[in-house]
Design a protein around this ligand. Sequence first.
Ligand code: NAP
Length: 493
Amino acid sequence: MPKDYFAQLSDQKSPPTYNFFDGEKWTASTSGKTVDVTSPINGNIIGRIQLVTFSEIDRAIMKARQAQKNWQAIPMIQRGKILHLAADWIRHHEYYLTTLLIKEIGKTTAEAKDEILRSADMIDYFANEGLNLRGEELSGEVFPGYDQTKMAIIERVPLGVILAIAPFNYPVNLSVSKITPALITGNSIVFKPPTQGAISSLYLTEIFRIAGVPDGTIVTLTGGGSDIGDYLCTHPQVDMVTFTGSSLVGKHIAEKIGMIPILFECGGNNPAIILPDADMEATAAEIVKGAFSYSGQRCTAIKYVLGLDPTIDKVLPKVVERTKELIKMGDPRIPENNLGPVISDAAADEIEKRILLAKAQEARIVYGGKREGKYIEPTILDNVRPSMEIIHTETFGPVVSFVRIKSIDEALTIINDSSYGLQASIFTSDEGAGINLAKKINVGTVQINSKPQRGPDHFPFLGIKGSGAGVQGVRYTLEAMTRLKPIVLNKPQ
Ligand code: NAP
């Protein structure tokens, strides 16, 4: 059935070559060049995507610019109805999209299904919350020296054309988290999907189109980030860039794009501090989930655990026990498996290299540590020091490192000196102590007695330092994708 709806996306061969969406039609690039998308599960090519040319980018962005004016003029309640329809289409095709996501990025069945359904819910929430966006009215009389003759009518208006760049690890959900708020607030979207995850993103684009998003309001341009990314980001017709990806690429883009608004979610590298009074059983379970879900390829994964010697001696065996009991590595198409491959051979090489380097620098491999192809065993290291590469720079794989500290102040120094600042977790049975400690930690969000996580999606979500710029979370994203426009009325005296 999905084939009928989605036939125009590709040439229907095996493996299919996919078209890009120029705003009006699905078409092959005149470049004649494509990029392979291979499944992390078995290395098979599952499709090819177009490498678009710079002139195709120019034309598509001009379409988005023109379409935006008409889209903005459509009442928000109607824009919202189109988006709700897109959410329903996602639910309707949940099984198909889940299966595709498993093949394309190697998520396990439960993780992929969760991403798809959560995306549909997120669209509905954004579409509803958009209706609550408000401007305001201010009188001059409340500022010294002014009176009632001056009044500001302050509207919220769209920014214009928003460039959305998504990462491979949530190609549907993190695309939805950009496309939907942009559309409900009257912007048009230039969407650059991740190469790995592009196929799912093309289906997502088509769903928005079928739901009724008018021509030109969304354009989806494919090709490697290193080929087309700079051109897209520095395009003079782009009014805002919303990006999720590594800190390295985020900084590269930020240095290039000049004076337009940005909303960036970058690398995580999140620590967890365990206080001596923590419930060690519950803490161990959270650490296992936090470290190994989607093979540790989450910006919100726990990457290192800080504790005093007696605390680590208590919790570490429980973490090992829980890992043995809960984590089953294998082909993610088999529902019983909950730890699949990492995204590429290059990623697996890098993770393996860092594990071996840590070992050579006297870290102890307590569990796992081996690699077979793109599968990395869930790996637990002890005696890791903050200077070791395994935790100094985000390791995007199923590895968690234990760092033995002499005092809680030392933990604070390690976290606050890090170049990352997405989230941190504190485990304690004393909520007051947790809150006091949280206030001293310089990261976007502190979780008490939970692994780091994004969501619920209406909570603010942000990274500081190398982990991002700007604030996401439903209302906050809507605000970020609009600007205030005061119109000042000057009445006669
Ligand atoms: P990545 O390599 O930085 O790529 C992210 C996106 O940027 C992809 O679409 C990529 O395209 C594109 N890109 C690459 N070079 C570009 C350039 N010069 N200009 C514009 N775009 C460019 O990241 P990833 O490996 O996909 O994702 C993993 C990273 O994302 C991790 O660091 C993770 O922590 C982070 N992340 C952060 C959050 C958060 O909320 N903070 C959430 C999820 C992921 P190609 O795929 O075609 O190269």
